[in-house]
Design a protein around this ligand. Structure first.
Ligand SMILES: NC(=O)c1ccc[n+]([C@@H]2O[C@H](COP(=O)([O-])OP(=O)(O)OC[C@H]3O[C@@H](n4cnc5c(N)ncnc54)[C@H](O)[C@@H]3O)[C@@H](O)[C@H]2O)c1
Length: 339
């Protein structure tokens, strides 16, 4: 890819979008960022991320909601991006149990508007966020993109699986190269306040107890933000292509006769929740007061990424362990919130 046209990143004020924009801008690339700046979590954190991005002369920002079909279409036609990375979405498994319509709006209608926009603007590659949660009830570990994943346990997970199916139709019908990336529990500086590491850190520093679900026996394949950004950057420069070996009689879910790809991006080394808390206690220099709780509805007990397809395609696999990543998060948290 020549990369003379800009890169459009949706969800630019979000956790992953912010880091990806920062990386691409520092590399001198032209980036158009889009975000609705919704109030799902602390808007000041989103504003602070955006303020940093606006320091770069090669960054342009548009506050648009994915559901605004006309503005999304107009933006894609005027910006004429070579690559679109769709990270904007209503995230969060637990929130989807009480606010299902937000997921249908942003993740289904909004994603359709992105697909249509990409099709009409002749975008060279659409990369979009999927999620480890789509593996749902499967206990076949590690989770492989070549296995079926058709039993989501939350509407959030179902909306991410739907994105993969919708993307496939556009790859098939219109030749739009699409790559779906299933992220596994991403953490790091500037992270999301609704996620466990952030919630635990705030509570431990405030001397409050933390709710530890599944009695601490939950396993997560935690993935440090820099590994996610490296993975996205490499993947986006390689537009998905048709798999000549793909067989309709034994269809591989991760590839297709159309230019369609799915990869996992996960730490590839699951960590018990109890172990994560120990690492966090060490980084904070304080002990947590643990309130042991059962597994929550919609949550899966364990995640573990098989990243071989990512490695084959890009030569890269995540490598930063929680022992390095968690202290970096804590350092940022203390500085940002002055605690
Ligand atoms: N962080 C993780 O562990 C993780 C894991 C799996 C998948 N994902 C996916 O990765 C993507 C990025 O996640 P994140 O952690 O950065 O989340 P985030 O909530 O920090 O970022 C998403 C951004 O999208 C924006 N947004 C939401 N709905 C929008 C809409 N309708 N129109 C325009 N903007 C909208 C929000 O304002 C937010 O800034 C999401 O699609 C998420 O589902 C994240």
């Amino acid at each position: 890819m020549t990369l003379t046209r800009p890169i459009l990143i949706t969800g630019a004020a979000g956790f992953i979008g912010f880091h990806l924009c920062q990386r691409l801008l520092a590399d001198g690339r032209q980036v158009v960022g889009l975000d609705s700046m919704n109030e799902y979590y602390d808007i000041n954190l989103k504003r602070a991320r955006l303020a940093r991005l606006k320091e770069f002369p090669n960054f342009r920002f548009d506050q648009i909601d994915l559901t605004d079909r006309d503005r999304i279409s107009a933006l894609l036609l005027s910006a004429n991006p070579e690559i679109v990375v769709n990270l904007a979405a209503q995230a969060g498994v637990r929130h989807s149990l009480t606010n299902p319509h937000a997921y249908a709006e942003s993740n289904l209608t909004g994603f359709l508007n992105i697909l249509e926009g990409c099709r009409h603007a002749s975008v060279g590659h659409l990369v979009y966020a999927s999620s480890s949660s789509i593996y749902g009830g499967s206990t076949r570990m590690p989770f492989s993109v070549h296995d079926s994943a058709d039993h989501p346990l939350s509407l959030y997970a179902a909306s991410k699986k739907a994105n993969e199916l919708m993307a496939h139709t556009y790859s098939h019908l219109f030749g739009l190269p699409t790559t779906g990336l299933r992220f596994f529990t991403v953490y790091g500086p500037w992270g999301r306040p609704d996620m466990a590491l952030f919630i635990f850190t705030r509570a431990i520093l405030a001397g409050e107890p933390i709710d530890v679900f599944n009695y601490g026996n939950m396993q997560r394949d935690f993935t440090y933000i820099d590994d996610i950004v490296e993975g996205i950057d490499r993947v986006m420069q390689q537009p998905a292509t048709a798999n000549p070996q793909w067989k309709s009689a034994a269809p591989d879910p991760a590839t297709s006769s159309a230019p369609f790809r799915i990869h996992n991006i996960g730490g590839n080394s699951p960590v018990q929740l109890n172990r994560l808390i120990e690492v966090l206690e060490d980084a904070l220099g304080r002990k947590a007061n643990r309130n042991l709780m059962p597994l929550q509805p919609g949550d899966v007990p364990a995640t573990f990424a098989d990243v071989s397809s990512l490695e084959e395609a890009t030569g890269f696999k995540p490598k930063i362990p929680v022992e390095i990543g968690v202290p970096r998060f804590v350092e940022w948290y203390r500085e940002f919130y002055r605690v």
